[in-house]
Design a protein around this ligand. Sequence first.
Ligand SMILES: Cc1cc2nc3c(=O)[nH]c(=O)nc-3n(C[C@H](O)[C@H](O)[C@H](O)COP(=O)(O)O)c2cc1C
Length: 362
Amino acid sequence: MRLFEPVTINGTELRNRLVMPAMVLNQATEEGFVNEDVVQHYAARAKGGVGMIIVEATGVLDRKSGRLLKIYDDKFIPGLRQVAEIIHEGGAKANIQLVHFLRISRSGWRETPADLSLKDVQQVVDDFAGASVRIREAGFDALELHMAHGYTLSSFLSLIGNNRGDSYGRSLEGRLRLPTEVYNKVRSEVGRDFVVGCRVNADDFVLGGSTLKHSRAIVTRLDRLGIDYISVSVGGRPEDGPRYAGYSGSRAMPTSDMPDAVNVSLAADLKRQVKAPVIAAGKIPTAALAESILQEGQADLIGIARPLLADPDFPNKAKDGRLKEIRRCTYCCKCCVLDRNFEHVYCVTWAGHDKRKSCTKE
Ligand SMILES: Cc1cc2nc3c(=O)[nH]c(=O)nc-3n(C[C@H](O)[C@H](O)[C@H](O)COP(=O)(O)O)c2cc1C
């Protein structure tokens, strides 16, 4: 199967084309440090045979946000080094998603791109650059710039999210300016030989938001700049309900009511615009379906997120043909609800989870 053949991204060889996309666990310490639960979570997934693990969205700035991992200071390097090492021990490549997010108050007020001064905008660039140097020092093979869903870079890129009237808004060129500056600075800090990828929205799935028409231009620009891969996601915009509560949110984490591979045609469209490898994700439940997506040339790598919460050994079991042994994700989205409520994320299906925390009987 092509799925289980090695693939190389900017000189880094992955043992296969299965990728674990970023999934926030709300499991770090309150300050954002790695703890043993975090290490063991990634150890199990690496041992299970996936080619590359993209560690959950990790904050590049010093701002409170539940139990998100952080990397705004050197003090976070030792913990993250442990994560990179344990992923390598399991034979996978270690990637990490870097995220910058705007302020949200308890009353529901949200900061928008227009609220940021030019100095604040420059600080976003510096925050990503500082974090990227630390990630390389921590021993990771790659980093991913989070430009999707409802976070700062996505909000600058988004037609509905970006309300600025200056050169960081107004037009597609303006909306691309901050993500371009972030990419260029990160690249100059980590060097040409380090894998720098990004995650983008193919479509915001909200009225007035960006569509394929815009994301084609966005990925074309990132490709020209020299991005090493493009991970395609969709939705997750707060204009349609906070914390993934609306339709835009459920397209980002497709539910059992949606068809399999619901977002793959969008990834395939963006793949046609670029030379960089493309990762498709979103309700791809079986290795057979993943293989057919590769065979049809719709994507270069396959992201399986919740299936790896349900069964960390999915890749090895699929590779060995032990299909009946795989604990299948039902896309019930209980894990999404936990994430939405800033609670510790786990899967009610996985036998390895802490049963005391389970909300259903096995
Ligand atoms: C609990 C949870 C947390 C997530 N956290 C992130 C995140 O930190 N960054 C991100 O880009 N996507 C995040 N996602 C989206 C996943 O990476 C993935 O794209 C989505 O779940 C669709 O893939 P799947 O159907 O294989 O689960 C999260 C999804 C879940 C269920």
